[in-house]
Ligand binder design. Structure first.
Ligand code: NOJ
Length: 752
């Protein structure tokens, strides 16, 4: 038997071995890493630090894949391969043909679903429901791992307080307490109860750290964050994810206070490893190692490799800077081989924990049924129902009563779009399976009701995004102004002959996300004009928003009777929106980010500190001439088709309780929110800070007592004076209610 056929047989046996049902003991992991390291050449070690992009089609300017190099052991990981057969093919080369048979680790941005597309992360955060978030990521993990993708570049836990930044869509919004809860839930959903649990994937919490504070909201631009803000606002969700067991961390692109995050020893070593005891590995963001030269930080690629590895980046995503330079650096004595070994160690350990050595391949025949699982679709529909936020409902226009309307106009550039409903990180699904709002409504009301659509105007940009290029998407030529005017007229005519209009406005799917910043938060294109013209007809109108960032919809907030913020609700979005519009589901989501009146108020967030003369005091006050300082909709805000009464606040020692009652006629959900304010101490603390929340479902008339505990952690903060976490002996205000303007008040005094 030739060596080749023997290794094929060996790999067949390996493939059929049952996946690990419990974690591999750490002692064993360590021993196996030691034994591998002893056998590896310097080049093979560096290969493990090298990750390559593999796209469905060649992309100009990107390094391409050569099978021979896999066999040589030049790659530790690939990203963007998502097809089981291709993954198996590449894995066979690594396992069968490379000297030490070390399997490859396949990674992908599985951000809000793999084949089944869930609501965008900002929407999932709006559910204020970590259990739903966990279940969604568990579904995504199941599908991804079935295809052989064992590593996701998620969750993105960057706090963002500037909606001009397009990636606000990919995070949990502005608040570190909510952000931490959502981060934990995502890590748990993706990874399961331990790294290597079958049907789960490894996480990469990103982008470490401060990426969400980009200057001017321009993606990739520098962040300048004070130590106080860094520790109290930007780092907590990362810490929560690391404590929840996140196996890897991705370093960010931008400079943090003048030092690129990917060459930042303070972040990657002092904070992450030395303070938080992180034991996993760090992968750079794509090409970020090479770009240390672009930043003007490294003098050449060799210097970039050296700076980034010294700072603590184990794996170079995409740029080949490690594989092209580290060997020479070691040979020239600028680096010790043991330093390289230190970086390889956690990568090998992770491959062992994941069970990749025992189960490197996937069963291609099993993927179809996993991807088509009806419970995955049902979960996506439920998540979309739970993440929508009802912003306005004058005269109880919603829910629409079935049978009352014999004709419905569904209007707007995204009214019948199955592409946009999915959001920006839908990479490997079948878009044609996604349900547009118009289709969801049609299916809901059946043939007896005339449902017609009109685009109204076009908003799609004609600039191919990075993903358009990678995935080969061609966007059409935008309409001329004259064509848009004609479309608006057609939409108005349609609305005039319909009983009710549902307008689906917002941003196209590629308008938020990576490299998608905006200088305006207005409805893009001529959508505002379209809305005002349809509203002028005087017939019932419901506005459904599809978007990834807060929009300044101040006119709509005063004139349109019903507004439902659906975000990008995912592939089942059309079904979920129809369920919500017709009352088969009751909105219970809340805003995870403040909605400004206008972009000029940015940054605006609820947890600001009071200043010299706040608005409302006599004399010179902090204010704008032309707008109030208050937001259009506050953090935590959201209505329901029923009403709730929150009462009987009790604050005893560090225990807080409150009664919540459904006082309306429908079952519904309320998110009971607890806020505190420290009245004095070593620092001025924010006017309010979220420190507890619980989403409860109540039948009409039903009540429940909700309990919170304010632990030492919740009452502490990082003091810039003392440079450590402190708990001042201060009095605290306590509020509980249904948003960040809650008025039910109590006091918490220091325990004597
Ligand atoms: C760049 C993005 O910033 C990061 O979030 C993503 O994971 C990588 N590209 C890989 O797609």
């Amino acid at each position: 038997m030739s060596i080749f056929s023997r290794s094929l047989l060996l790999s067949a046996i390996i493939t059929l071995a049952a996946p690990a049902q419990q974690p591999i003991p750490e002692k064993q992991v360590e021993k196996r890493v030691d034994s591998l390291l002893k056998q590896m050449t310097l080049r093979e070690k560096i290969g493990q630090l090298n990750q390559l992009f593999v796209f469905p089609q060649p992309v100009p300017g990107m390094p391409s894949l050569n099978d021979e190099d896999i066999a040589k052991g030049d790659y530790g990981s690939f990203l963007f391969v998502s097809d089981a057969a291709q993954i198996n093919r590449l894995q066979h080369i690594a396992v069968d043909k490379s000297r030490l048979h070390i399997p490859l680790l396949f990674g992908l941005d599985v951000i809000h679903g793999f084949k089944t597309v869930f609501p965008a992360p900002i929407a999932m955060a709006a559910s204020f429901d970590p259990a739903t978030v966990e279940r969604a990521q568990a579904v995504a993990a199941r599908e991804a791992s079935a295809a052989g993708v064992r590593w996701t570049f998620a969750p993105m836990v960057d706090i963002a307080r500037d909606p001009r930044w397009g990636r606000i869509m990919e995070g949990a919004g502005e608040d570190p307490f909510l952000g931490s809860a959502i981060a934990r839930a995502q890590v748990k959903g993706f990874q399961g109860s331990y790294i290597g649990e079958p049907g789960h994937v490894l996480t990469s919490v990103k982008h470490f750290a401060g990426y969400g504070a980009a200057d001017g909201g321009r993606d990739y631009d520098s962040s300048y964050i004070s130590d106080e803000q860094l520790w109290n606002v930007y780092l907590p969700p990362f810490h929560a994810a690391v404590e929840a067991g996140a196996g890897t961390v991705m370093s960010a692109y931008m400079d943090l206070n003048g030092v690129p995050a990917t060459g930042n020893r303070f972040l990657l070593t002092d904070v992450l490893r030395d303070t938080w005891n992180f034991q996993g590995f760090v992968v750079s963001d794509a090409f970020a190692v090479r770009d240390l030269v672009t930043h003007g930080f490294a003098k050449d690629p060799a210097d970039a490799a050296s700076l980034s590895i010294s700072a603590g980046v184990n794996m170079d995503m995409g740029s080949r800077t490690y594989i092209d330079n580290l060997e020479t650096l070691v040979k020239e004595g600028r680096f010790k081989e043991t330093q390289i070994e230190r970086m390889v160690r956690p990568i090998l350990a992770m491959k062992i924990r994941l069970g990749l050595f025992e189960t490197p391949y996937v069963d291609e025949s099993a993927t179809k049924s996993i991807f088509a699982a009806s419970e995955h679709k049902a979960e996506a529909r439920r998540a979309a129902q739970r993440s929508a936020v009802l912003l306005r409902n004058e005269g109880a226009l919603l829910p629409l009563i079935q049978g009352r309307y014999s004709s419905i106009a569904v209007i707007g550039p995204m009214a019948d779009s199955f592409i946009d409903i999915r959001g920006s990180w839908a990479l490997v699904d079948d878009p044609t399976q996604a349900i547009s709002v118009a289709r969801g409504i049609r299916e809901k009301v059946g043939n007896g009701v005339r449902v017609e659509t009109a685009m109204g105007c076009e908003i799609r940009r004609n600039v191919p995004s990075m993903f358009d290029m990678i995935l080969g998407v061609k966007r059409g030529t935008p309409l001329t102004d004259q064509q848009n005017t004609t479309e608006i007229e057609k939409a108005v005519t349609l609305a005039s002959r319909s009983d009710v209009s549902v307008m689906v406005l917002g941003e196209t799917q590629d308008m938020s996300g990576e490299a998608a910043s905006r200088t305006s938060l207005d409805l893009p294109g001529r959508q505002e004009e379209l809305l005002e013209k349809v509203m002028a007809i005087g017939k019932p109108l419901v506005l459904v928003l599809l978007n990834g960032r807060p929009l300044s919809i101040h006119w709509a907030a005063e004139h349109v009777p019903a507004i439902l913020e659906a975000w990008y609700p995912g592939a089942e979005g059309g079904h979920a929106v129809a369920d919500l519009l017709f009352g088969d589901a009751n909105p219970g989501g809340k805003l995870p980010v403040t909605f400004p009146r206008t972009v000029g108020q940015v940054p605006i967030y609820y947890a600001h500190t009071l200043t010299h003369q706040p608005e409302g005091s006599p004399g010179f006050v902090s204010r704008y001439w032309d707008e109030p300082s208050s937001p259009l909709y506050p953090f935590g805000y959201g209505l329901s088709y029923t009403t709730f009464k929150i009462s009987n606040l009790k604050v005893e020692n560090h225990k807080v309780s409150v009664d919540v009652q459904n006082t309306g006629a429908r079952a519904g959900d309320e998110v009971v929110q607890l806020y505190i304010h420290q009245k004095s101490g070593r620092a001025s603390r924010p006017v309010r800070l979220l420190k507890g929340f619980e989403r409860v479902t109540l039948a009409p008339g039903e009540s429940k007592t909700v309990h919170f505990t304010l632990t030492d952690d919740e009452l502490s903060y990082w003091s810039a004076t003392d440079r450590k976490w402190v708990h001042d002996r201060s009095d605290f205000d306590v509020w509980v209610g249904s948003d960040s303007n809650a008025t039910l008040h109590g006091n918490l005094s220091p325990v004597q």
